[in-house]
Design a protein around this ligand. Sequence first.
Ligand SMILES: [Zn+2]
Ligand SMILES: [Zn+2]
Ligand SMILES: [Zn+2]
Length: 254
Amino acid sequence: MPEIEFTGTGAAAQVPVWGCRCTICLRAASIASYRRRPAGLAITGEQGVTLIDAGSHHLAERYSPEQLQRVVLTHFHMDHVQALFQLRWAGGRHKIPLFRPDDPVGCDDLYKHPGIFSLQKPFQPFQQVEWPGLRLTALPLQHSRVTLGYLLQTPGTVLAYLCDTAGLPRETERFLAESPIDYLVLDCSEPPTRRPPSNHNDLNRALAIVRRLRPEQTLLTHIGHHFDNWLLEHTRQLPADVSIARDGMRIPCP
Ligand SMILES: [Zn+2]
Ligand SMILES: [Zn+2]
Ligand SMILES: [Zn+2]
């Protein structure tokens, strides 16, 4: 049975934030299960693992090159790609396809020296690809550089992964409104705020998206330490069908 796992659920600074002495960061520094690595997913099927983003350096310890079937990038911010700079030097003849958004200035060093990765033609908006056991549709998001979310469909589960976005473009919202979603995995970097961040969702904006798309369940990700601190007091204010993702959390796909 395929399985989807959160390889990370943190914002760019991760949790603990380096040098921070807040309650959340001190807790995460002493109890590993509270850590938040850079946000990403691993989809494990019979034929291997598809990574959505590769920002976390623990991926090198977790997977062998032979286990990785492909890597799919949402965008070229460092917290989503930095592990590739290490992984690319793997030995052997095996090549790992690397799928990406159309960002010509994405990561020029990676474009020049992709190593074990074979760069695939960039995805176009709403392009669909089908691999055994997994269909993927590329969804434009609103962020400070070209960024894609993905609708991921396994035989029994539909999951929308919308990380690094401030609200949603109208066409993406229209597309998703026509697709029943079992799990919405959504950017929510900040607690509710009067001036929401320009590149991410705060909780108000995230919940407005949830109300419009009406998925079965929502898991919030790309979480910063301010939001984690807010949650210490306010977890009960979340709607029953909205929860907070954790690193290592698994979603079974029947
Ligand atoms: Zn990010
Ligand atoms: Zn902190
Ligand atoms: Zn980003």
